[in-house]
Design a protein around this ligand. Structure first.
Ligand code: B4P
Length: 182
């Protein structure tokens, strides 16, 4: 069976960390919009230049830009996949729904990784990426609450949500996620 999964959760919840492990275990293609945007930034492409400034403020990059990146990667993919960090708002979720309908690849499950704000702040300050200063992290958490958290309700109504506790050791959380997807 080709798996089609989404990882949802606040910044620093460990979406990227856990997505890499699960994709390796289950031979899935890992599509992280954060990683894809950061590689555009590193390459200094026009898209990357636009994205860098927005990311360093802790805001969301424009839907159109992110959507074009995801569509490029998903269309024609003949393997299971995991979307990490996308969608990030209801309008991206609706656009994804239309795209997946067009290519007949419905979502199988949405894993929500739950971690409290104190732990998130601690993890991200320790990571120290360009967008990991305390002020920017706090703003990203607000953006998450306002724009991304409503997706839990959006996908709950479709019966797709699988909540997983994201506190603890990386391996322990990985086992929780694998068990939740059996
Ligand atoms: P992302 O790249 O998605 O990053 P993130 O939310 O900050 O982190 P993630 O949850 O993946 O945490 P990670 O595993 O790295 O987004 C960055 C920016 O890109 C956004 O703010 C936005 O500007 C832009 N963007 C991305 N997608 C977009 C979209 N769809 N639309 C618009 N804009 C978009 O873990 C964090 C840290 O914790 C790491 O250092 C890790 O080692 C550590 N860690 C993980 N698990 C741990 C554990 N169990 N215990 C201790 N530490 C742990």
């Amino acid at each position: 069976m080709k798996r089609r999964l989404l990882f949802l959760g606040p910044p620093g919840a460990g979406k990227g960390t856990q997505a890499k492990l699960l994709c390796k275990q289950q031979n899935l293609v890992h599509l992280s919009t954060g990683d894809l945007l950061r590689s555009e930034v590193a390459a200094g492409s026009p898209l990357g230049k636009k994205a860098a400034e927005v990311m360093n403020r802790g805001e969301l990059v424009s839907d159109l830009l992110v959507l074009s990146i995801v569509e490029d990667r998903l269309v024609g993919l003949d393997q299971g996949w995991l979307l990490d960090g996308f969608p990030r708002n209801v309008s991206q979720a609706k656009a994804l729904e239309d795209l997946l309908l067009k290519i007949s690849q419905p979502i199988e499950a949405v894993v929500v990784i739950q971690v409290n704000d104190d732990v998130l702040l601690e993890r991200l300050l320790a990571r120290g990426r360009a967008d990991d200063s305390e002020q920017v992290i706090r703003h990203r958490l607000e953006v998450y609450q306002e724009k991304t958290a409503p997706l839990v309700d959006f996908y709950s109504k479709k019966g797709l949500i699988t909540p997983v506790l994201g506190a603890g050791q990386v391996e322990e959380i990985s086992r929780r996620i694998s068990r939740s997807l059996i």
